[in-house]
Design a protein around this ligand. Sequence first.
Ligand SMILES: NC(=O)c1ccc[n+]([C@@H]2O[C@H](COP(=O)([O-])OP(=O)(O)OC[C@H]3O[C@@H](n4cnc5c(N)ncnc54)[C@H](O)[C@@H]3O)[C@@H](O)[C@H]2O)c1
Length: 346
Amino acid sequence: MSSTVKVALLGCGALAEILVKRVYPRVQDRLEVVAAVDISLDRANAIAEQLGARAFATLDDAAEAVELEAVDVRLPHHLHLVGAQLAAAHDLPFLIEKPMASTLGEAREIAALAVRVRGVCGVSENYGYLEPVRAARYLLQDGAIGELLVAQSARVFELGPEWQRDGWRVSQSGPQGVLIDQGPHVARLVRTVLGEIHEVCAYAGAHRERFSSTDSVVVAARLRSGHLVSQLLTWACPSPAAPDDTPELVLYGSGGSISVYISYDRAGGGALLQRPGAPDEWHGGGTHYYDSLAGVLDDWAASLRGGGEPSCSISQGIADMEVVEAIGRSSATGAPVSITGHASQR
Ligand SMILES: NC(=O)c1ccc[n+]([C@@H]2O[C@H](COP(=O)([O-])OP(=O)(O)OC[C@H]3O[C@@H](n4cnc5c(N)ncnc54)[C@H](O)[C@@H]3O)[C@@H](O)[C@H]2O)c1
């Protein structure tokens, strides 16, 4: 068995185009894409050409023609369960892109399939792999801002044309708009830095035409630790032009604050530590958002070869989905919803 895992890339759309240019080349000593699969053979061909892989219209065709060891599923949200089923039918372990599925029920079906296949499966939620996020967690744990008081997260941007290209993200009958698309990121961000979420109270709205049934969500959350966190999500606002300018998480403590900036345009970002009477300090900077997706792949590949549960585990994906489902239920009923899951802490 070679040390490089032979992978089929299932779904050759907008994200795959980025993976090919700036993510897969960074993990080529661990993972080799040998098959690019898409119902659009043109897209599969374009991706295959760049990776030196072969192109197929179905995973069945790929499995028949080339030796596969794992499947990297980058399909639209509502097809993640289908992707897992296709991989499981060939007894192949899979990595499912975030959100793990359109609903918590489907995510649990995926988890059941993951137990059945030979090999380690995972969920490609990348926020726990972002260096500024990790830096904020370490600073907080080290007591850099004294006692934590309260926190706020914000994910404010305008969904770019490449993400609207195929229409499914923003269709009115589509998978719940910004909440299902961005909610897992925010859940993982908060869970990584601050710990598990105990209860949420949420409102969701849609105000901008052509931006799906839910373009904005506001959440008040209480952590198991008792701390309070506010969350603001919208994908319909063009300002600031670069989300890099808005901190995605701010932690307020008795001795200062930590602001987490993620860089999407260039190597940058970081966790900004500010304390009265002390110079500002940047930690965990100099990285690009998509570096974190290489971190996920690296982690999954190590588990595929060496065994053991990766940080990008199925159980962590389920824990994110429990938060998203609770936010959706709270916004639908107007009542707070507790999260009863027993996902492992951090
Ligand atoms: N982690 C991140 O930061 C991040 C960023 C972008 C997208 N994503 C995730 O990646 C996933 C894909 O998003 P996208 O924007 O690339 O979508 P997309 O619509 O651009 O691409 C999906 C591709 O899947 C193909 N497809 C559909 N059904 C298929 C089938 N049955 N078999 C084979 N191919 C099929 C489509 O033809 C399309 O090319 C989403 O779940 C999204 O949440 C994650």
